[in-house]
Design a protein around this ligand. Structure first.
Ligand code: IVH
Length: 749
């Protein structure tokens, strides 16, 4: 098969499996098989840059950062929608439709209003031409590169498709993914996003699509923009088109032709929307018939054929009983509101994060206050504000330092204050426990180490971790590797609760569970690849993708601890800071006179030169944005800290040596280091072979060899079929080995 045919075949195969996995939730192949096909396509595309396609599934990982976004005009204006807030207003809308269309029965559909970012996607000949934000409704930002990274957004449409199709829809971040992202940001001391929509909008604004690819965004279509080559009659036709082209469609949907039907649909959706895995803030009611839509038209702002019923956001007053402090894995102290239980958006809420001390001060939240609670994005319980009128006498402003008496609630060591990031120009104050042996940190570190995404240790959840730390058996995760079965079996867990609510005697962990855990600890030594180990270590800012990138660049953990790449990245960041500072263009510190200007220019140029050299040193590695200056500095700080040194010593004593499963040597070292059978060999092809030459060329290249047109001193082999006189003669003269087709094939084996 020709490379171009093979590439096309792999592209449509991968898009199909992508669809089955992300849109239809019924995968047909294992992840490993998908990865294999993906890599095969990547290799072929690398060998055939002329067959490049921006909508190849391999482009979903993102590309080089942009300087800025281009503006595009929407083919049809992207209008807004009129909001209504009561059932009476919904009835008014329906009656207006009856009056304007002059008939009683009007079919409408009712579907969720997704709380995301409105997006327009333009497909030409079934391939994504570009995608854009709503902007001012007439012109938006072209954000195609960012949109391509969204797995559920189709890059190519399933046939049959109209010649041109503009789809409108929402890009959003699913609730669970949003919660995880915020947890990670909180752990890292970064500003958290207020709700999934803000997280989505913030992500889509990034100029580096590789960072966008790391964020779990999703897409659902809800409207038709422009179209050529097909005629649709109704919302039903539109939904059939979406389904047949495999574009994710907005569900659930109700269809009715009575006003009572509309009311019962919005009530039902009011319940069901809380079970959807993403945020919704209303019900959109639309006329089904497209000719009725055209007849009714639009005002300059919104169509007359649709309306959005907005559900009232659930906010309830409750009492703030106390503020407690949670100690995170990195030692960050997070204040938590202990609330009088209150029912909000389908669950009972009794705790809500207060994020950090600045959050509390900005809102003057005090213990004993009556506060207004809600769920941000309808998932994360949060204190909105204090109802100051209801403040009881005798409350006082909250101070972490006073509340904690300056010490960590878990270990009583002194706590430290850091103002480490800024929000709206003001620093965000966080407090940290700096004791590396703090038991709460140890528990958090242990559960992180054992979780599924890390070393995946059986039976080591939070409650067991607490007991392991309390008993003194484990102080840090590596102590797990010295646990003995007997002591682990005898570990006392919390008393078992009898149904009456009385406590019985404490339970033992027991032999069976102990054996399972020990086995799984031992298995992890041999089975878990380096990337999981790095992630398990819980170094700030080193999440799953950064860990994978580290293991692509290094073979072993000691390699990372002495990594030149990391040192260069952090050096580059230092040099850049220095360069900005000394630059004669620095507006905050302009040169005082010409002498200073020229001295600073010299220094500036020298710094630039050093940076260029440093950049060249690591350019070949193509380090992804997962390992930036902050990640590199954190890694270097970890390995040079007392704690990090002890970790590495213990690691070596235990004989641990996890290896990278995705280590890629530097391209220049690759040909020598790889095990490709034809690596470093140059071939010339001559004579009549049993298959076209292009096939042999492809085979040789797949085996790591090169094909050249003429025989020379650099030729390793001549692949010769029938005839092929002059090249054969030259090869003979130069002593170049001559191969038959069979010999080549056996070399490839
Ligand atoms: S239909 C021309 N359906 O809400 C207006 N819009 O305020 C017809 N939205 O920016 C819009 N979910 O992006 C429609 N199921 C849904 C929607 C939806 C969210 C957004 C839309 C628009 C905004 C309108």
């Amino acid at each position: 098969m020709s490379p171009s045919k093979k590439i096309n075949e792999l592209r449509s195969l991968l898009e199909r499996h992508n669809r089955l996995y992300y849109v239809e939730a019924r995968p047909e192949i294992a992840d490993a098989e998908y990865d294999r096909l993906f890599r095969e396509l990547e290799t072929l595309e690398h060998q055939h840059p002329e067959l490049d396609d921006p909508n190849s599934p391999t482009r979903r990982v993102g590309g080089a950062p942009l300087e800025g976004f281009k503006q595009v005009n929407h083919p049809v204006p992207m209008l807004s929608i009129d909001d209504v807030f009561t059932e009476e207003e919904v009835l008014d809308f329906y009656q207006r439709l009856q009056k304007n269309l002059g008939r009683k029965s009007i079919t409408v559909s009712i579907e969720p209003k997704i709380d995301g970012v409105a997006t327009s996607l333009v497909y030409r000949d079934g391939s994504l031409a570009y995608g854009a934000t709503r902007g001012d409704g007439l012109t938006g930002d072209e954000i195609t590169a960012n949109l391509r990274t969204i797995p559920s957004l189709p890059l190519t449409l399933k046939t049959p498709f109209p010649a041109m199709l503009e789809i409108r829809g929402e890009v959003f971040m699913p609730n669970k993914a949003f919660a995880r992202l915020n947890e990670e940001r909180e752990e890292a001391g970064l500003q958290t996003f207020a709700n999934p929509r803000n997280a989505t909008a913030g992500t889509l604004k990034q100029l580096d699509s590789r960072s966008v690819a790391k964020r779990p965004l999703s897409f659902i279509a809800h409207g038709l923009g422009a179209m050529e080559g097909l005629d649709l009659l109704s919302e039903g036709d539109f939904r059939s088109l979406l389904n047949s082209c495999s574009i994710p469609c907005n569900e659930p949907v109700w269809t009715t032709d009575t006003s009572n039907g509309v009311l019962s649909a919005i009530r039902e959706l009011g319940q069901r929307r809380l079970e959807l895995p993403y945020a919704t803030d209303g019900a959109v009611i639309k006329i089904a018939s497209l000719s009725d839509r055209a007849a009714l038209g639009a005002t300059s702002r919104a169509p007359r054929w649709a309306v959005a019923f907005k559900y009232p956001p659930e906010q309830k007053p409750t009492r703030l009983l106390d503020i407690t402090i949670q100690v995170g894995r990195s030692g960050i102290l997070t204040p938590v509101a202990e609330l009088e239980p209150v029912s909000l958006s389908a669950t009972t809420v009794s705790r809500a994060t207060l994020h950090n001390e600045s959050f509390i001060h900005d809102r003057d939240i005090r213990i004993g206050d009556t506060v207004l609670a809600h769920k941000s994005g309808e998932i994360i319980p949060e204190v909105l504000k204090v109802i100051t009128e209801d403040r009881p006498p005798g409350t006082k402003p909250f101070s972490m330092e006073e509340h904690l008496q300056g010490t960590c609630p878990a270990c009583n060591s002194p706590i430290a204050r850091r103002a480490n990031s800024e929000s709206k120009g003001r620093p965000v104050v966080t407090w940290w426990c700096e004791n590396p042996l703090c038991p709460n940190k140890a528990v958090a570190a242990l559960t992180h180490f054992a979780q599924r995404k890390a070393l995946d240790l059986d039976g080591l959840g939070e409650s067991v971790a607490i007991k392991l730390v309390e008993s003194g058996m484990v102080k840090s995760p590596l102590d797990l590797f010295s646990l003995r079965i007997q002591e682990l079996s005898d570990l006392l867990l919390d008393p078992a609760r009898l149904q009456t609510g009385e406590s019985s005697k404490p339970r033992r962990f027991g032999e069976k569970k102990a054996q399972l855990l020990i086995d799984s600890i031992n298995d992890s030594k041999a089975d878990q690849p380096l990337s999981r180990w790095i992630f398990a270590m819980g170094i700030p800012q080193i999440g799953e993708s950064a860990s994978r990138e580290l293991s692509r660049l290094h073979k072993t953990l000691p390699d990372i601890s002495s990594s030149k790449i990391l040192r260069t990245i952090s050096l580059l960041a230092d040099l850049e800071e220095e360069r900005k500072e000394v630059s004669p263009q620095n507006k905050d510190r302009p040169p005082l006179d010409d002498a200073e200007r020229s001295a600073r220019k010299k220094l500036h140029d020298a710094l630039k030169e050093r940076m260029q050299k440093a950049e060249e040193e690591i350019a070949d590695y193509e380090v992804s944005s997962d390992i930036g200056a902050v990640a590199s500095r954190n890694l270097i700080a970890f390995f040079s800290s007392q704690h990090g040194k002890e970790f590495m010593q213990q690691f070596e004593r235990l004989g641990l040596c996890p290896e990278s499963a995705n280590f890629l040597p530097r391209p220049s070292e690759a040909s020598a280091a790889t095990e490709m059978p034809l690596a470093g060999k140059t071939f010339v092809i001559t004579g009549t072979l049993s298959q076209p030459r292009s096939i042999y060329k492809e085979m040789i290249e797949q085996g790591g060899g090169k094909v050249s047109g003429s025989v020379s001193g650099n030729t390793s082999y001549l692949l010769a079929g029938e005839g092929g006189g002059s090249k054969r003669d030259k090869a003979d003269k130069l002593g170049v080995d001559i191969l038959s087709e069979d010999q080549l094939i056996s070399m490839l084996k």
